[in-house]
Structure formats: structure tokens, C-alpha cells
Design a protein around this ligand. Structure first.
Ligand code: PMP
Length: 373
């Protein structure tokens, strides 16, 4: 018996590697040389890194000189937080790679960690943040669990008016919503290659021209002395190729949103007790957090897995831990809703048939009739 092909609906955890990224990585892997070397081989490596920088800059409308490659968004977030701040303000909906280093740095340096209020719809009230020099406000662009979008542009205006520094974790946004670093008013922005179809273990911190931030890693002159260590050239090449391809994803965003919306409508029809988290909020087009009180997200994820679907319970990074997601708790969802919430995240490769099959599996798992075509 041949089993049905698996359906991957967990793009927010990690998007499948794009063919363009794979090809660019394989080409780079076979080339000798160190990008810091002056010989032809070295210069070729340097050109690969700089072409990738151009592509990543174009994806977010930044200048290439503002893009610094890192090992991923966890490093980028840690770096942005690591300056000697007096106050760091962030909400509980931020990713753990913001919350944990922020709390640790605050405890170690005696700087103040200030919680920002979150509405029931997951929207952060940044205007209550303290202001003035020495203050860092962190505001994610889109939430990885719910897809809720924050008004980063308005926060940028607020930060400029109040003399605060603004960092945004934009990991989930590229290719899904337009990003315009040049006009956002943010000072630093984290990106991650594997969320846009590049390799895992590569990312960037976009640092606005004129923004002063000491390196996190020293001991080498790479990345214009901003991030020491020989560049991961193949991964950076893959990141660049993925960034170039991801720009075109914006054209498919409306189709992805139509798929996501029809998935949600079908789930609500099949199980009227289901709750779509933050359904009325401005959200990413691809993300759906679906709860069915009385069920357990962990069990559901296993049931879907056995049926051939990859979905997740809350954030992939925190799965394996028992307990409700900090994001859903911050939104004051009832514990029985939060405990049952699974995340379905689509990509531009997701088809109508994938969504129909998911809804059929949902009905099957919850004891309903099989879905009509
Ligand atoms: N921020 C957000 C919102 C994320 O979803 C993730 C990945 N789960 C990260 C940061 C961390 O990114 P990376 O895997 O590149 O370290």
C-alpha cells in the first residue's frame, strides 16, 4: 500500500528549502576560498556574500550596507538587545528569542525590563513604553503563533518622537507582507533565512545607517567589523536566493489568504465550537491558530501527524514543553482554549487540495462526516 504524500502546513516553523536556494548553496559549497582573502577565489566568495546582501536588502527595502549576516534571528535578536540599555520594553507575545535574552540581560546588568500591555486580540500597546535615551522598545512585526500584525510603522513614528530605540523581529513577515525598512522608522530588524525557504542557521540583523551598535562577536574584521567570524558563505548564498524568490511571494499573498480563510470557514462549519484566535485582527495571510475547547493541542498534533499532516501546537521552539503558550496567555485566552490551539501555517506551495484534505482530516478526527468536495 502506498501512503498519501505528506502535507506540510507548518511554514511558520520553517519553510521548505526553495529550489533556487538549494542550487545557490550547492554552487557555493563547491568553491574554495575565504571571502576575506584577496586572491581570485576569495574575491569570488566575497562576491557571493555581497550579491546575497543585495538580495536581502531588496527584500526589505534596506541599503545593502545596512544588512549584517548572522547565524539566524536568535542571534540577531540577542545582538539588538545586548547594548547597554537602561530600559528594555517588550510584550509577552514576543518570541522566546527576545524574551529570554531580554530578561537575562536585564537581570545581569540591572537594567529595567518593562512589560508592554497586550490587547485580547494580541495587539501590543507600545505607547505606554518609557521613552528617552537608553530605552529599547522591541515590537515584533508578526506573531509566529497567531499571525497577528503589529503596527510597526506607527511605533517607528512614536519612537522617533520619544527618542527611544526600536527593534523589530520581522522573521515571519517577508514575502507575506511588504516590508519597507527605509520608511519604517525602526533602528534594527531581525530576519531569518529558513522562514523564507532558505537554509536554517542563517539570518541577518538590519542596522539602520547611523545606528550605533557594538558587535556581539569580535575577533575578526568580517561584515565591516560588525560581526566577526568567517561567513557561512553557502548558507548566505541560499539566503540571498531565497530572498530574491520571496519578493515574488507577495503576488501570491492574496491567494494564500483566500485558502487560509476558506480553511477557517470550513473548520467553523465542521465544528461550530472551534475558535479562530484573533480572527478579527490584522493577521498574516498564511497563519491560523485554531482551538477546539475540550481537546488537547499536543494530542491533535500527533493525530494529524499520523494522518500525514505537519502542523504544530503553538510555537515549534516551545513544543515539547507542557503548558499553554505564553502568546495565548498574554492574550488572556481561557486556558481550555489556549491548551487546544494548533497552528496551521500555509505557504505559496499550498494548494486547494491540501486545505480540503486538512479539513477532511479535521472532520475525521473530530468525529464528523467526511468533507464535501
Ligand atoms: N522570531 C520569531 C518570530 C520566530 O518565529 C523565530 C523562529 N521560530 C525566531 C525569532 C528565531 O529565528 P531563528 O530560528 O532564525 O533563530
Amino acid at each position: 500500500m502506498t501512503s498519501a504524500p505528506r502535507k506540510y502546513l507548518d511554514y511558520n516553523a520553517s519553510a521548505p528549502l526553495r529550489a533556487e536556494a538549494r542550487a545557490a548553496m550547492l554552487r557555493a559549497l563547491d568553491l574554495p576560498g575565504n571571502p576575506s582573502s584577496v586572491h581570485a577565489e576569495g574575491r569570488h566568495q566575497r562576491a557571493i556574500v555581497d550579491d546575497a546582501r543585495d538580495a536581502v536588502a531588496a527584500l526589505v527595502n534596506a541599503r545593502p550596507s545596512e544588512v549584517v549576516f548572522t547565524s539566524g534571528a536568535t542571534e540577531s535578536n540577542t545582538w539588538a538587545l545586548s547594548a547597554p540599555w537602561t530600559r528594555v520594553a517588550f510584550a509577552d507575545v514576543e518570541h522566546v528569542s527576545v524574551r529570554e535574552p531580554a530578561a537575562q540581560i536585564a537581570a545581569a546588568r540591572g537594567c529595567e525590563a518593562i512589560p508592554l500591555p497586550v490587547s485580547d486580540a494580541g495587539v501590543v500597546d507600545f505607547a505606554s513604553a518609557p521613552s528617552g535615551p537608553g530605552t529599547l522598545v522591541v515590537l515584533q512585526m508578526a506573531n509566529n503563533e497567531t499571525g497577528v500584525l503589529q503596527d510597526v510603522a506607527r511605533a517607528g513614528i512614536w519612537a522617533t518622537e520619544h527618542g527611544a530605540r526600536l527593534h523589530t523581529d520581522a522573521v515571519q513577515a517577508p514575502g507575506r507582507v511588504k516590508i519597507d525598512f527605509a520608511s519604517l522608522g525602526v533602528h534594527t530588524m531581525s530576519l531569518s533565512a529558513h522562514k523564507i525557504g532558505g537554509p536554517k542557521g542563517a539570518g541577518a540583523l538590519v542596522i539602520g545607517a547611523g545606528v550605533d551598535l557594538d558587535p556581539l562577536f569580535t575577533g575578526g574584521g568580517q561584515e565591516q567589523r560588525r560581526r566577526a567570524g568567517t561567513e557561512n558563505v553557502a548558507a548566505i548564498a541560499g539566503f540571498g536566493a531565497a530572498a530574491q524568490a520571496a519578493l515574488a511571494d507577495l503576488d501570491a499573498a492574496a491567494r494564500v489568504q483566500r485558502l487560509r480563510d476558506s480553511l477557517e470557514a470550513d473548520i467553523l462549519r465542521a465544528t461550530p465550537g472551534a475558535v479562530i484566535v484573533a480572527q478579527e485582527a490584522a493577521r498574516l495571510p498564511n497563519t491560523s491558530a485554531i482551538a477546539l475547547p475540550g481537546t488537547s493541542a499536543e494530542t491533535l498534533v500527533i493525530k494529524f501527524d499520523l494522518k500525514g499532516f505537519a502542523v504544530s501546537a503553538g510555537a515549534a521552539c516551545s513544543s515539547g514543553k507542557v503548558g499553554a503558550s505564553h502568546v495565548l496567555s498574554a492574550m488572556r485566552l481561557k486556558p481550555e482554549i489556549a491548551r487546544s490551539a494548533i497552528r496551521v501555517s500555509l505557504g505559496t506551495d499550498t494548494t486547494d487540495a491540501d486545505v480540503a484534505a486538512f479539513v477532511a482530516a479535521w472532520r475525521d478526527i473530530h468525529g464528523g462526516a467526511s468533507v464535501a468536495a
